[in-house]
Design a binder for this molecule. Sequence first.
Ligand code: NAG
Ligand code: NAG
Ligand code: NAG
Length: 313
Amino acid sequence: MISQSKIILQIIVIASVALSIFLYYQLSIRGFLDDWCSCKCEMDSEANLWLSERYNRSARVLMNSKNGAVDLETFNWWTSLQGASTVANFTDLVEDLFSLFPDKDHYSDSSSSRCRRCAVVGNSGNLLGSRYGALIDSNDFVIRMNEGPTAGFERDVGSMTTHRLIYPESAMDMDNNTHLVLLPFKILDLQWLISVFTTKHIDQTYMYVKPSIKADKNKVLIVHPAFIKYVYESWLQRQGKYPSTGFISIVFALHICDEVNVFGFGATSDNAWHHYFEDFVIGVNGGPHAGDFERSVITELHQKQIIMMFKGW
Ligand SMILES: *[C@@H]1O[C@H](CO)[C@@H](O)[C@H](O)[C@H]1NC(C)=O
Ligand SMILES: *[C@@H]1O[C@H](CO)[C@@H](O)[C@H](O)[C@H]1NC(C)=O
Ligand SMILES: *[C@@H]1O[C@H](CO)[C@@H](O)[C@H](O)[C@H]1NC(C)=O
């Protein structure tokens, strides 16, 4: 009898030790993952200060009929970007836009319990061979830009697209699961958007543009002109003429998401600059954007663990 209860005791001791070891490893793995993911993770005070000098949580991100008014200074700055090729009564234009497209207070649901994970997918050639596809598609939102295709590149870039930031000159067809997000750089861009879903008569800006594209009208979103100015002033210290689509997309994600994972930005590992879907080399400086400055801010965001950069191949 005595030896039997001794054996039972030994089994209990061994089982408890095994359970403790199991729990210890489970918790330390969880701890490792918490460090790696930034959703609701603590930021150190230096990163917090740096961010608070740039991030304005009251910035208007997407337009609607109620926040659509722009002050004269913003209007003059915005219409100088690509020239005021057309004149329009802006108040009337905003009214026309939101009689056609969803007129909501978009993504104003931020709270301490929301954990929206987003992938921002740039068009860099460093995605080729990366096999990031499944990782990208595991996010709640996948934000792409301009012509960046998924067909034929799914293994490296994923197949899901919840948002695509475009302007008339970079427009392409999108499926019904994707929000067309217009990035307007001039009044004509807003008029083009209306035309695409009605008369289809605008096919020319400073170049030929598609008069019609496939997209779900009920998912159209429009970046606020004041948001572009905010990104330029608050994030880029007025470097360059105006921010690039890629840079705007990252700040856009910082505003509507809780965790931002960035793919397809920067050069390839052998320092080549091209899109993953075409061969020719792209200019990284010059043009209207302050490429070096934008890249330095993105690097800071990564080093301060505000975003997570996946550098590709
Ligand atoms: C933040 O944005 C709001 C809304 O545009 C503006 O009124 C406010 O002045 C901005 N704050 C800072 C510190 O720039
Ligand atoms: C724009 O149109 C509205 C009426 O739709 C009018 O009240 C306003 O004065 C017009 N603004 C300009 C600058 O013409
Ligand atoms: C997308 O929606 C439009 C309008 O509702 C419909 O005509 C079209 O068939 C849909 N396309 C797909 C691929 O579901």
